[in-house]
Write a protein that binds this ligand. Structure first.
Ligand code: NA7
Length: 534
């Protein structure tokens, strides 16, 4: 395969990671090409256009920190930014840093093969083009490969059907329609109350009951915005010292067990009033101490129960079979209240599974539901799905899919041995989604850019991971996961939602601050654990 064009670096994806990678790597004086399968920038925030779609990390944390000017000139309108606002933000970033001229939209990377004789990646795209690059940087995202379960008869449905992550830009008319929603993860929890505002009837097909924490969303006033701008540097510095990379205050006490019942309840009440993703960090030991976890889980259930009028509906919504935090916490806005409306029906498909989709609707083992619109809020093939969809082949023609058949091992989540010059941004083996992903993206991009600068400076052309260092790092990932409740149940966090996928937590759970320090140390130590050569 000969290349039509040659670049120093090809970046896959023009979401948050790809945009910053382009900006930063271009700043090194290297030639960069970005391929983006969507028609615009923003990644997750380009695709997830369903009603109610918004980030559940606060706007002041879910943004870049590399440019103080950018932060000072941009005004967030709410505590949690909507999809539309985030899409505007990423478009603003693309324009402000003049990024579009190096991005090819509507172009998917279909194959990438490492040419060992030249130490270059040969990349083939969906437009039929073949390009070569010294380095390939995957900014393909942790939650971008859509998961739509195979249900018998799915194609026979006569109404409209949409996945939340492929929602039409023109919207979907649900007024006076019977709508079915499969899935009650973060996407389902956001879309259901919105659909309920207009639909004639909403049937929610819930397989697994889940905890959720209230968002307490609010508009941001000028005073708050000015204060956020004033404290920019201080907050950025603080975030880098925390486990999750967010500017939430640290817990008042570390263990739920070190205080008496009344104090514990007061602390939980205060944290609940604040809401959002800070709640799982109310105490340090929620994810590692079963007793602390039980207290918190009971508190959350009681809070949720108080929001639901019908006891039998509350029972079904609270029939939760896992510890608090074992799955990705959900942040809700008016979700449970939706069930207090007569035209919203919860269908327990854990007890009576979906058997088929018919032209008229959906069948379970116990009932039939006539529908006009069917919504799949069924999530993603997380962490590795996008990377594995691309036909990546490394040294000796080894497919990444084969290397990762049993486990997606990497060194530091950055490079997988046998796949030289391929960097992953928030790849498996890094904190990735178990942290403020915007901050983790910046950390990876900056580390990668520094590494590229080092390679150029020293006339080096090839970087691979040492297999022994990779094996050791992978053991560390497993050890940390074994100590935590995180992932102690089926969900996308453990790959359990995808048939045939290896099971287990692939994220580094040791804290984003510790991970950052480890990456910096490795670089300072001459890229220990990596093999750099000409
Ligand atoms: P999630 O969290 O993976 O949720 C997917 C939902 O779809 C979940 O409730 C699943 O039930 C349900 N699902 C999937 N397949 C089926 C079938 N076959 N039958 C019934 N129900 C099914 O995806 P989201 O998009 O909501 O959120 C992903 C992340 O985005 C989120 O964690 C945040 O980080 C942002 P299950 O629980 O597997 O029984």
């Amino acid at each position: 395969m000969s290349a039509d064009r040659d670049f120093d670096v090809v970046v896959i994806g023009a979401g948050a990671a790809g945009l910053y990678a382009l900006h930063r790597i271009r700043g090194l004086g290297l030639s960069v090409r970005v391929f983006e399968q969507g028609g615009g920038v923003g990644g997750t925030w380009y695709w997830n256009r369903y009603p109610g779609a918004r980030c559940d990390v606060e706007s002041w944390d879910y943004c870049y920190s590399f440019s103080e000017e950018l932060e000072q000139e941009w005004d967030w309108s709410e505590r949690y930014p909507t999809q539309a606002e985030l899409e505007r933000y990423f478009n603003h970033v693309a324009d402000r840093f003049d990024l579009r001229r190096d991005i090819e939209f509507d172009t998917r990377v279909e194959q990438a093969r490492f040419d060992e004789s030249r130490n270059r990646w040969i990349v083939r795209t969906s437009t039929g083009a073949t390009v070569s690059a010294r380095y390939l940087v995957s900014a393909a995202g942790c939650l971008s490969e859509v998961h739509k379960p195979r249900i018998t008869g799915a194609d026979t449905f006569a109404g409209e059907q949409h996945h939340t992550a492929r929602w039409p830009a023109a919207g979907v008319e649900v007024t006076n329609k019977r709508v079915g929603v499969i899935g009650t993860g973060s996407s389902g929890v956001q879309v259901i109350p919105q659909l309920a505002k207009r639909a004639e009837h909403v049937f929610v097909f819930q397989r697994t009951a889940q905890y959720a924490v209230p968002a307490h969303n609010r508009p941001l006033d000028d005073e708050t915005r000015n204060e956020l701008k004033r404290s920019f540097r201080q907050r950025q510095a603080f975030k880098r010292t925390t486990r999750m990379g967010m500017s939430n205050p640290p817990p008042a006490v570390s263990s739920a067990l070190e205080v008496d019942e009344a104090t514990r309840t007061d602390i939980l009440e205060a944290s609940w009033r604040r809401g959002g993703l800070a709640f799982p960090g109310t105490f340090d030991d929620i994810s590692t101490n079963a007793e602390s976890n039980r207290y918190v889980a009971r508190f959350v259930r009681d809070k949720i129960r108080a929001r639901i009028e019908a006891p039998e509906v509350a029972d079904a919504l609270l029939d939760i079979d896992h510890a608090f935090g074992a799955r990705r916490p959900i942040v809700d806005i008016d979700y449970f209240e939706a069930y207090n409306r007569d035209h919203v029906t919860l269908v327990d498909v854990g007890a009576a599974p979906i058997t088929e989709v018919t032209p008229r609707g959906l069948r379970t083992t116990e009932g039939r539901y006539d529908l006009d619109v069917l919504v799949y809020a069924t999530g993603f093939d997380g962490m590795t799905g996008a990377l594995l969809s691309m036909g990546i082949r490394g040294v000796g023609g080894l497919a990444l899919r084969d290397k990762w058949a049993d486990w997606p091992s990497t060194y530091m989540g950055l490079v997988a041995s046998g796949f030289p010059n391929l960097f992953m941004i928030t790849g498996p083996g890094s904190p990735a989604v178990f942290s403020n992903v915007m901050l983790s993206i910046e950390q990876h991009v900056e580390w990668i850019a520094d590494c590229l600068a080092h390679m150029v400076k020293h006339g080096l052309n090839r970087i691979d991971a040492n297999p022994e260092a990779e094996a050791q790092w992978t053991r560390r990932i497993h050890e940390l996961a074994a100590r935590s409740v995180v992932g102690k149940t089926n969900s996308w966090w453990t790959g359990a939602n995808i048939e045939g996928k290896p099971r287990g937590v692939t994220m580094y759970l040791g804290g984003a601050h510790n991970y950052r320090a480890a990456c910096d140390e490795i670089a300072a130590d001459g890229y220990r654990g990596f093999v750099l050569s000409r």
